[in-house]
Design a protein around this ligand. Structure first.
Ligand code: FAD
Length: 478
């Protein structure tokens, strides 16, 4: 009997799952396995309770899906190698198949697994991305570090993206002992949030369908406005693989046929975001040092001020800059933050509060439902001007004008900062004007700045100059 273990990790689905597809082709019987890794759960430093809840919900559904096909999904808890050793021994499996993961620790772990089980057929497959780290290279055979030529090359090779494979409709699995899916409480975690999307392959499928049917054609005009539900909300599904990135790409491409010129531009803009996702995965895969330090060596000497009180105010959404504070409250309440706002708060932390991007990066991983090392690191290093193809250091977002541009009526701000709901549109982006211009109006609105809502903790103009100086000093010492 040829038995193969299908080790699920960031691919909590049956649809278009490369490792599963190959195992079903090669084996008489499979052992679908997920390991709740004590090594990871103990750390508690770089993941959020919200994302664990998303994962547990997804595991629950995966277990049911296998059951519906007459199979059994095996959930075990322990250290990776210990669990794999026992499952191999108990099942007498001849192989272990899994989908590739590009995070440095995961690559190390997978190399250990390949070494440890070298007498078995251990195979890994590309699944998490459309193109892996060494597939899109420059003419000289090097990885790209600039997005635009990477994107051009990526788009010229879309014919090589494999067509999604449907979920199996029957399979044979080995019946083995498995644990119940734990609750968050069992893991001593608590996520008091109302997520915008929950875990599970069926939710991922529905989220994709809704986006393709109702939102993709207006994506370009709506994606930058946080008060509008205009983006796909697929990030956590892509993070945990409850949806296949190839499926997302092909569904978007199908929509191109018959699309109007503006819908076509929107669809292309969306595909471009999927390319950014691949781009950051290949950066992490080819330049793993970005996990710990700036991609650009010269920016490693930046003299961040790193004030704890500023960091606490930023985390708490109490900076006195409404768009920043509303964004941070969205993060706390839903585990998700709109992309435009991720850029705004990241710029604010690094270039207004002069705090090391790694502090913000870590905090995002501890709070986001879609926390993903590649995209998060890429986003933070872009904002801090330390990364590959990053925002030039002298381009510093003004939080007030970002707010005026992308939340013109303050609808988003008011949704997350109820204490400012009565503030007229004119003052919503910068309530200090309200403070300076009209104490009477403040009384009318029953708002006292500094009491009901904080006065700004910094002066943007002053901080901007300091940030420029911090970068210029680098240049001077080169
Ligand atoms: C500072 C910062 C931190 C970020 N951290 C994360 C993170 O931890 N996890 C994460 O998935 N994304 C992260 N992003 C990227 C982006 O903000 C989110 O992917 C997006 O907001 C998710 O919402 P959506 O699924 O509705 O996106 P959509 O706009 O619908 O985009 C579709 C998909 O494309 C991918 N994508 C979109 N924008 C980017 C981008 N700039 N970089 C890489 N992939 C992208 C995501 O997988 C997303 O689900 C970060 C961006 C910044 C600026």
């Amino acid at each position: 009997m040829n038995r193969i273990i299908v080790w699920h990790r960031r691919d909590l689905r049956l649809d278009d799952n490369t490792a599963l597809h190959h195992a079903l082709r090669d084996a008489d019987e499979i052992v679908p396995l997920f390991i709740l890794a004590d090594d990871i759960l103990k750390e508690r430093d770089d993941f959020s309770p919200a994302c664990v809840r998303f994962m547990l919900d997804s595991l629950e559904e995966l277990c049911e899906s296998y059951k519906c096909l007459g199979g059994k999904f095996i959930l075990r808890r322990g250290r990776f190698l210990d669990v794999l050793r026992s499952v191999v021994r108990e099942s007498d499996a001849r192989g272990i198949y899994f989908n590739e993961d590009y995070e440095p620790a995961a690559k190390l772990r997978d190399a250990c697994v390949k070494k440890e089980f070298s007498s078995l057929s251990v195979k890994s497959f590309k699944d998490q991305v459309c193109f892996a780290g060494r597939e899109i290279l420059t003419g000289q055979g090097n990885p790209y570090t600039v997005f635009t030529p990477y994107k051009k090359n990526w788009l010229s090779q879309t014919g090589n993206i494999s067509t999604p494979v449907a979920a199996p409709n029957c399979l044979k699995t080995l019946d083995m002992p498995s644990i119940e899916t734990p609750t968050l409480k069992d893991l001593e975690l608590d996520a008091a949030i109302k997520p915008l999307t929950s875990g599970g392959e069926s939710v991922g499928k529905k989220t994709l369908e809704t986006f393709i049917e109702r939102k993709i054609e207006r994506y370009k005009e709506q994606r930058d406005q946080p008060s509008i539900d205009g983006t796909s909300l697929l990030s956590a599904h892509l993070r945990f693989g409850t949806v296949s990135v190839r499926r997302v790409f092909f569904e978007a491409m199908k929509k191109l046929g018959g699309a109007t010129a503006s819908a076509k531009t929107s669809i292309e803009t969306f595909v471009s975001e999927l390319i950014w996702r691949d781009f950051y995965f290949q950066i992490l895969d080819n330049f793993p040092h970005v996990e710990r330090e700036s991609f650009k060596p010269d920016t490693r000497a930046l003299k961040w001020e790193n004030r704890d009180d500023y960091f606490e105010a930023w985390k708490a959404g109490k900076t006195g800059f409404p768009i920043v504070d509303a964004a941070m409250r969205q993060l706390h309440q839903t585990g998700w933050m709109h992309n435009r706002l991720r850029m705004v708060v990241a710029s604010f932390l690094t270039k207004d509060l002069l705090i090391d991007w790694r502090w913000g990066e870590k905090y995002f991983m501890q709070t986001l439902i879609d926390g993903d090392m590649a995209a998060n690191n890429g986003g933070w290093q872009w904002s801090a001007s330390t990364g590959t193809d990053a925002q030039p250091y002298f381009r510093i977002f003004n939080p007030t004008s970002q707010s005026e541009k992308f939340d013109p009526k303050g609808a988003f701000i008011k949704a997350y900062l109820p204490e400012l709901r009565a503030v007229p549109e004119k003052y919503i982006h910068d309530p200090t004007e309200l403070l300076q211009s009209s104490p009477l109006l403040q009384a009318d609105l029953k708002i006292t700045l500094g009491k009901d809502y904080p006065a700004p903790i910094v002066d943007h103009k002053v901080q901007r100059e300091k940030a420029l100086q911090m970068f210029k000093e680098l240049k001077a010492s080169e």
